[in-house]
Write a protein that binds this ligand. Structure first.
Ligand SMILES: Cc1cc2nc3c(=O)[nH]c(=O)nc-3n(C[C@H](O)[C@H](O)[C@H](O)COP(=O)(O)OP(=O)(O)OC[C@H]3O[C@@H](n4cnc5c(N)ncnc54)[C@H](O)[C@@H]3O)c2cc1C
Length: 781
């Protein structure tokens, strides 16, 4: 038999998506664009500011107008397709990297900024800061905006929006008076103090969670000093650090609302010398700005007893809209260059712990020396005034921890060569973790600005510690995004940690029962996972006695057959102890990297046991105490593991027969595939069931090989292919290796293969659309 091999699994995905979108494109306005990887613009369309932990897409959708977006969202969510709105593409988070095969919704056609006669400003959901400065400046107005011209304004404002003018006008989110939002199901709503006021509350600070914003309206204020700002970029010798920090600490408690300080530790990539640079911007008269700059002049004229040697100063009086391009001698403007990997860990602090900052500086220098390929790495501090931020009543917006944000510190590992990725991550994380400590931050608890969060922090660190805040956000989430399409950087099970908490509690039923799981409940859970995969709301409904969160946890901590329940070996113990010592107690990270089949809970328990042993005997290796262990409740068979993605193209195998863990159910495809309603008897007449019980391991009514194959073949087809018996010889194995993942192997006459694949992919497309399967792995022989 001739052999024909597919180019890659991704081809099938694209085929499916093109098919899925065929009907859609006819409804869109002529200027809307649907771009697949074959588009000449694909690389540009999917390029992000940072390649670190970047999401991957199989399609870019560029709506031309709100109605396109509305139709697109309605279509995508009714077909269970994940999506992510893209503004400026500057978002970074570990969870972004967990989003695969989604549709990128490029908001570039919503890039307008218009001043209204009443002094308010309308900003399109795709405008970047650079689109807004000139419009507002031209009107003689100002408001708090971010520093970097190419950052998406809506992406920033929805998370709070922090900027140099916040001492005068508060956060950008505080200036929002209304928003227009397309919700997940395509409905369009307005949110303001008088309309959908709860949504309006959530949009200002946690706004990425509730819908795609097509337009914001913001307050602006008349400019002072004719919109001219004093700007001084200064460089210092490394031994000036203590003097600079002492001076800034002196300024912070009574920081002038118009004063903004940016400090960088970076490395000159040509000479490899470390540089300390400080930028003073004063939104007011030059003389006052000069006074602040003078505090950082070479000793003895500075305001502290510590030594300062200022190497250079570059002073300008510059128009507000030009500032972003010149401040810090153009360093901020350089942040518009896309494509490097930037892994950011951030913490907010009350002031500088001077000896600790010296240690951080020295560690930074050592890190770059040891990892020259990470020479672009830097540490960045923003010290903006707080009066305007604190003037806003904290309970009126979803911005959390307002009073915990005097200094925003960003430790950034930047590189273009992956070989330094791990070292960069360890370095940046270590210093962020230290900065979270009260002794270094000056705050009693960790805090981070949401838009600078790495993604591994507890939600309270950016949404605020008052319990009512998370509760309110959970309720809102349930109301405005009940199916979890907008979990900032991905779908429900790809949720970033900061929102997963909300998703788990907001999207799933309230606790029904507590206490240990019974064997009967475990059996129900196995069956429910088999039937519904990772749709935990549905799983919970079927189990009946537990909420989605409990089901999720029970599955991932205990029942998933891939979990290794064997006793920990001495070798594993040693690795575990070493990892905790080196990287801290990030159990998920530790198991992912070292024990992929063990659970974070098991690692945590094991470590606790080892510690207790050491406390008791001074020896980790004693086995005087039993490890709390999981004994799987007896179930008839193991069940497949659910996948968490809808489609992960990179996971797909091509051209090879897939190995499977369970015996395949095989059947013969040599019948007439145009049959629209092939019933059980049809299948029975042509199929050879090898081992039904092995194929569908749980002996639960409704879950058997027959039902799956029937669903597959019963799909009505509009295909014009007519394949009659004898036309080709074929054999297809459909193997549910993991729940919701279908492995298909097709053998047939080469001349008809394309048609056969067309037919099969159409059926799969429909099964994916209905959520019956979430992933297809296939090979052709
Ligand atoms: C170089 C640099 C400078 C920065 N400077 C500042 C600053 O001065 N002040 C500040 O506050 N922050 C700043 N940030 C952080 C910035 O606010 C966040 O990175 C923000 O998420 C970027 O938004 P974006 O649209 O560019 O990114 P994207 O990656 O396109 O979007 C980020 C998130 O916002 C969502 N989103 C974007 N547009 C919409 C929309 N219209 N409706 C709904 N959701 C949307 C996306 O879906 C995604 O979840 C900076 C970041 C970088 C990298």
């Amino acid at each position: 038999m001739p052999t024909w091999r597919t180019s890659s699994g991704a081809t099938l995905v694209r085929t499916l998506q093109k098919r899925s979108f065929r009907n859609l494109t006819s409804e869109l306005s002529p200027d809307a664009i649907v771009c697949t990887p074959e588009c000449p613009e694909w690389a540009n369309q999917t390029l992000r500011w940072s390649t670190w932990s970047a999401p991957t897409f199989n399609m870019v959708f560029i709506p031309a107008e709100e109605e396109d977006l509305r139709i697109g969202l309605e279509y995508m969510t009714s077909h269970n397709i994940s999506f992510l709105a893209i503004g400026g593409g500057h978002g970074t988070s570990i969870q972004l990297g967990e989003l695969h095969g989604a549709v990128a919704i490029n908001m570039e056609n919503f890039n307008y900024a218009v001043m209204n006669p009443d002094g308010t400003l309308k900003v399109g959901g795709g405008a970047k800061f650079g689109d807004i400065y000139p419009v507002v400046h031209e009107a003689g107005r100002e408001l708090t905006l971010g520093n970097c011209p190419c950052v998406g304004a809506t992406g920033a404002v929805l998370g709070g929006g922090h900027g140099r003018l916040q001492g005068k006008h508060g956060l950008s989110a505080d200036a929002v008076t209304s928003a227009r939002v397309v919700l997940w199901d395509g409905s369009v709503v307005e949110a303001s103090a008088t309309e959908n006021a709860d949504l309006f509350w959530g949009l200002r600070g946690a706004g990425h969670n509730f819908g795609i914003v097509t337009e914001l309206t913001l307050n602006t204020w008349p400019q002072e000093n004719d919109g001219m700002h004093y700007n001084a970029a200064m460089e210092f010798t490394s031994d000036s650090l203590e003097g600079i920090l002492a001076t800034i600490n002196d300024i912070i408690p009574n920081q002038d609302p118009a004063l903004a300080l940016d400090m960088f530790f970076y490395t000159n990539p040509e000479t490899f010398t470390p540089v300390i640079t400080l930028n003073v911007v004063y939104a007011g008269p030059r003389e006052i700005g000069e006074e602040y700059a003078a505090r950082f002049a070479t000793s003895p004229s500075n305001y502290t007893n510590s030594h300062i040697t200022r190497v250079s100063i570059n002073e300008t009086l510059i128009a507000w809209d030009e500032l972003p391009h010149v401040i810090a001698n153009g360093l901020i403007d350089m942040a518009c260059i896309d494509g490097a990997a930037t892994n950011i860990y951030s913490s907010s602090t009350a002031r500088f712990d001077i000896p600790h900052t010296r240690q951080l500086f020295d560690a930074y220098v050592a890190f770059v020396e040891g990892n020259p390929l990470a020479v672009l790495s830097l540490v960045f501090y923003e010290v903006f005034a707080q009066q305007g931020v604190l003037a806003q009543r904290a309970e009126d917006t979803a911005v959390g921890n307002r009073e915990y944000a005097n200094v925003l510190a960003l430790v950034q590992a930047i590189y273009t060569n992956q070989s330094v990725a791990d070292a960069g991550d360890a370095w940046a994380r270590e210093w962020r973790d230290q900065l979270f400590e009260p002794e270094h931050s000056g705050y009693d608890r960790p805090a981070v600005y949401l838009n600078y969060a790495h993604g591994d922090e507890a939600p309270e660190t950016f949404y605020g510690y008052e319990p009512w805040r998370l509760e309110r956000l959970r309720r809102l989430k349930q109301q405005y995004d009940p199916r979890g399409y907008l979990l900032v950087f991905g779908g429900q099970e790809l949720a970033p940690l900061q929102f997963l908490e909300i998703a788990r509690n907001g999207l799933r039923n309230k606790t029904k029962f507590s206490g240990p799981w019974t064997p009967a409940e475990d059996d129900k859970l196995r069956h429910a996972v088999l039937m519904h995969g990772t749709k935990w709301t549905k799983v919970s409904e079927e189990v009946g006695s537990r909420n989605g969160d409990q089901c999720w946890k029970r599955w991932h901590d205990n029942l998933d057959p891939q979990i290794d329940h064997s006793p920990w070996t001495g070798e594993e113990d040693a690795v575990l102890l070493q990892m905790v010592q080196e990287t801290g107690r990030n159990w998920r990270d530790i198991v992912n990297k070292n024990f992929p089949n063990r659970t974070p809970l098991s690692a945590k328990n094991r470590y606790g046991l080892l510690q207790r042993r050491q406390d008791n005997n001074g020896d980790y290796s004693s086995s005087s105490e039993r490890e709390p262990s999981f004994t799987p409740t007896p179930g008839p068979h193991a069940v497949p593991t659910p996948t968490t993605e809808m489609i992960r193209a990179s996971d797909m195998h091509s051209g090879t027969r897939l190995s499977t863990t369970s015996s395949p159910f095989a059947f013969d495809l040599s019948g007439d595939l145009t049959a629209t309603n092939m019933n059980t008897q049809d299948i029975g007449a042509t199929s050879t069931v090898l081992d039904e019980s092995a194929f569908w391991p749980i002996g639960v009514p409704g879950a058997n090989s027959d039902s799956l194959s029937r669903r597959f073949l019963d799909m009505p087809t509009q295909s014009d292919i007519r394949l009659s018996e004898g036309d080709f010889e074929s054999a297809a194995e459909i193997v549910p290796d993991r729940s919701k993942a279908l492995h298909v192997t097709v053998s047939c006459n080469a001349g008809r293969l394309e048609e056969v694949m067309h037919h099969i992919s159409k059926n799969m497309s429909e099964m994916m659309a209905t959520g019956e399967i979430q992933r297809v792995e296939y090979s052709v022989e």
